[in-house]
Write a protein of this length. Structure first.
Length: 330
C-alpha cells in the first residue's frame, strides 16, 4: 500500500503528523511536522517510511471526519516562509502545447511556430534522456515563497489588479535540502498551481507576472516511487453545481519530460541547494478551464481529485482588496 503523510492541526492548535496507508491512519508520535520527520530520516540515513516506522504508531485518526472538519493544513511548510521556494515547469505534458498555443498564436504569424510550440516539441524530443544524461531544459517559473502557499480548503485569492484567477491541476514534488546541499524528494502532492491566464495571453513575456500568485496543495504527500500514470478530474463548482469538469492526466507516462530531468534542471542552480530549505516544484498540466473559454468569478470552487490521493483538493476563489503602495525615498 502507498504511504501518505499529512499535517494535522487539532482544535487546540496542536500540530501532528499523520501517516496513512489504505484506510488506516494514525498519529506519528514525537514529530509535529513532516519537515522534522524528513530531517530525522536524512540524519539517520533512512527512508521516510522507515522513519515513520521507527516512531511507532499513535492514536488512530478518521481521515474523512478530520478532513470534513478542516483539520488538515498544507502537508509541508516551514516556520519561516522565506525558506519555502515555490517554482514550476510548463509545457511538460503530452498535449500541453494546445492550450498554451491558443493563447500565444495571435502573437506570431501563421507560418511561424510560437515559442511555446517550439519549447514543447523540444521537450518531446529531448525531455526523457537516458539514465545518467541531462535532457532538454523545460520552461521554468517562480511562484513565490511559503507565504503564497494556501492550506487545502482555504481561498485562493487573486490580487486586486489580476485579470483572471484560473486553476491548474497538477502534481507537485516536495523536497528538503539536506545539510550537505543534497535535494531529497519527500514525495508528490496533488496541487492547484493557480495562475492568471488572461495576463499571460496578452503577452507571453508576462508569463512571469501571471505566475506570481498563490497555490495550494492537497492534504497528502504520497511517499515512495512516484506513480507513473495519474488520472484525475478537475472541476469548477458554482453555487454548488458543476460549471466545468474535465479529466486530466499526469505522471511520467503522460509527460514529455521525466521527473528526473525536471529536477536536474531546477536543482542545477546552487541557490536552490541551500541546506534546510523546502522546495515545492509544480510539474505542469495539459488541462485548463481557461482553454475551454471558462471565465471564473469569486465564489467559484476549484476541486481536483486523483488516485492514489484519497482526499480531494478544494479551494474557493476570492479577490484581494485594493492596496496602495508608495515607494518612499530615504
Amino acid at each position: 500500500m502507498t504511504l501518505r503523510l499529512l499535517q494535522h492541526r487539532g482544535a487546540d492548535g496542536t500540530r501532528s503528523v499523520i501517516a496513512a496507508e489504505g484506510d488506516r491512519a494514525a498519529v506519528v508520535p514525537g514529530v509535529d511536522s513532516v519537515r522534522a520527520l524528513a530531517a530525522r530520516a536524512i540524519a539517520d540515513g533512512t527512508s521516510l517510511a522507515d522513519a515513520v516506522a521507527a516512531c511507532g504508531e499513535g492514536a488512530s485518526i478518521d481521515l474523512a471526519a478530520e478532513f470534513a472538519a478542516g483539520r488538515f493544513v498544507a502537508p509541508i511548510d516551514h516556520e519561516d516562509p522565506a525558506h519555502v521556494v515555490m517554482t514550476g515547469t510548463g509545457l511538460t505534458h503530452l498535449g500541453s502545447a494546445e492550450g498554451r498555443d491558443k493563447m500565444h498564436r495571435e502573437a506570431a504569424s501563421a507560418e511561424k511556430q510560437t515559442d511555446s510550440m517550439r519549447m514543447f516539441l523540444e521537450g518531446v524530443e529531448g525531455g526523457k534522456p537516458a539514465a545518467g544524461q541531462i535532457g532538454q531544459q523545460p520552461e521554468w517559473f517562480y511562484k513565490g515563497d511559503g507565504s503564497q502557499l494556501v492550506d487545502p480548503g482555504a481561498a485562493l485569492s487573486m490580487p486586486a489588479f489580476a485579470k483572471d484567477g484560473g486553476e491548474e491541476p497538477e502534481l507537485a514534488g516536495i523536497y528538503l535540502i539536506g545539510p550537505d546541499g543534497t535535494p531529497f524528494r519527500l514525495g508528490l502532492c496533488l496541487a492547484n498551481e493557480f495562475s492568471d491566464h488572461v495576463t499571460e495571453r496578452h503577452n507571453y513575456l508576462w508569463l512571469a507576472h501571471s505566475k506570481l500568485r498563490q497555490a495550494s496543495l492537497g492534504p497528502e504527500i504520497v511517499v515512495g516511487t512516484p506513480p507513473s500514470d495519474v488520472r484525475g478530474t478537475s472541476r469548477i463548482l458554482r453555487d454548488g453545481e458543476a460549471l466545468w469538469e474535465k479529466p486530466f492526466l499526469s505522471g511520467e507516462d503522460n509527460m514529455s519530460h521525466t521527473l528526473a530531468n525536471l529536477e536536474a534542471h531546477h536543482f542545477k542552480y546552487a541557490l536552490f541547494r541551500r541546506p534546510g530549505d523546502i522546495h515545492i516544484h509544480f510539474f505542469g498540466t495539459a488541462t485548463l478551464s481557461f482553454s475551454d473559454g471558462v471565465t471564473t468569478q469569486t465564489g467559484d470552487v476549484f476541486e481536483i481529485e486523483a488516485a492514489p490521493f484519497t482526499l480531494p483538493l478544494r479551494n474557493p476563489l476570492a479577490r484581494d482588496a485594493e492596496t496602495e503602495v508608495t515607494v518612499r525615498a530615504l
